[in-house]
Structure formats: C-alpha cells, structure tokens
Design a binder for this molecule. Structure first.
Ligand code: 5GP
Ligand code: MG
Length: 175
C-alpha cells in the first residue's frame, strides 16, 4: 500500500448494525423452526457472520468454507479455489450461505452450484453487500444488507492484502 492510498468511510458501524438487524429479523421469520445450517465463506464473512448469528435467537448450526478467487490482487482471477471444504452434511438441511460481498458473482455461484448437488432441503443466500455493477454471473440474493458502488471496499471483515479486516466501518480505498 503506497502512501497516496486514502481510506474513505462508506458505511458507519451504526449503519452496518441496522442493516444486520434487519437481515436478522428477516432470517428469524423464515428459519426460526428450521435449525438451519449457516455456511460462512471465509475469510471475509467472519465479522458479519459473528454479528448476525448473535442476533438469531433460535437453534442453528454454523459451518465455514474457505474459497478464494483472488490471489493477492484486486481483480478476480475468474477461477474459484477451494482452500478449505465443507465438513458438515448438507443433505436435507435448510442451508443459508452468508457472504460478505457479491461482486462478479463467480464465487457465490460456484458454491451454490456445489451445494445444490448435495441435495439440501432448501438453499438461500444472505449477503451483507452487493456490488451489482460488476456482476458477470447472475445471482439471486435472498437477504441483502447494503448495495455498494464500484469501489474496492475494506473493513468489517473485508481486506486489502489481508489488511483492514478489523476496521469497524466499511470503507473504500482510493488512490
Ligand atoms: P466475486 O466472485 O463475486 O467476484 O467476488 C467475491 C469475493 O471477492 C468476495 O467474497 C470478496 O472476498 C472479494 N471481493 C469482491 N469485491 C471486493 C471488495 O470490494 N473488497 C474486498 N476486500 N474484497 C472484495
Ligand atoms: Mg469473500
């Protein structure tokens, strides 16, 4: 990161919290009696998922998969790599995938496609943020927090070369 790169705040922690509250109440309405399996995509979704599940006051289970399509650059490589696969059984479960951001859609489309073959009872997607301007693969986001502009975001779990995940706000980097 050179010294000319500047950090701008896009959403404050209070704005993020109210989006997460809204998602939690939508998800509660649909999953209260379903003991869902919530699958977080690492690493970016870990902060979002931690906040979200603490607002869900009903039985649920949590799993993680680690997918990577980026390498260390900011452009998607277009190829998804499974760095750590799923351990829990998906068959006949109500599965909710939690993602930090849907950008081109390639990552999440890959995971949803993979899960579809595992015969879940139901399969939906919750995304904290959506960057629709860059979509390359159609993706239905069943529970969406915030729509974001075509900027490179960091904070609240999102990184730039592994930095900034710990920022409480969602920010963007600009030269
Ligand atoms: P997609 O496959 O939809 O292009 O990208 C999904 C993944 O790329 C996200 O899970 C996230 O890890 C990464 N990504 C996409 N846009 C951004 C962004 O603006 N900032 C950061 N830090 N990561 C992003
Ligand atoms: Mg991610």
């Amino acid at each position: 990161m050179d010294s000319q790169t500047r950090l701008h705040r896009l959403f404050t922690r209070a704005e993020i919290e109210s989006a997460v509250n809204r998602l939690a109440s939508e998800i509660t309405g649909d999953y209260r009696d379903k003991n869902p399996l919530i699958i977080g995509i690492l690493k970016g979704s870990f902060v979002f998922l931690a906040d979200l599940v603490r607002k869900l006051d009903f039985p649920l289970e949590i799993e993680f998969v680690r997918l990577s399509s980026y390498g260390s650059g900011r452009q998607t490589s277009g190829k998804v790599k499974v760095v750590q696969g799923l351990r829990a059984a998906v068959r006949d479960r109500h599965v909710l995938v939690a993602e930090d951001i849907v950008d081109t859609g390639i990552t999440v489309a890959y995971l949803l496609d993979y899960l579809k073959k595992k015969k879940a009872a139901s399969l939906r997607l919750c995304a904290l943020t959506d960057k629709p301007s860059r979509r390359r693969v159609p993706v239905t986001i069943d529970y969406l927090g915030l729509t974001v502009p075509d900027k490179f975001l960091v904070g609240y779990g999102l990184d730039s070369d592994e930095k900034y995940r710990n920022l409480p706000d969602i920010c963007y980097l600009e030269e």
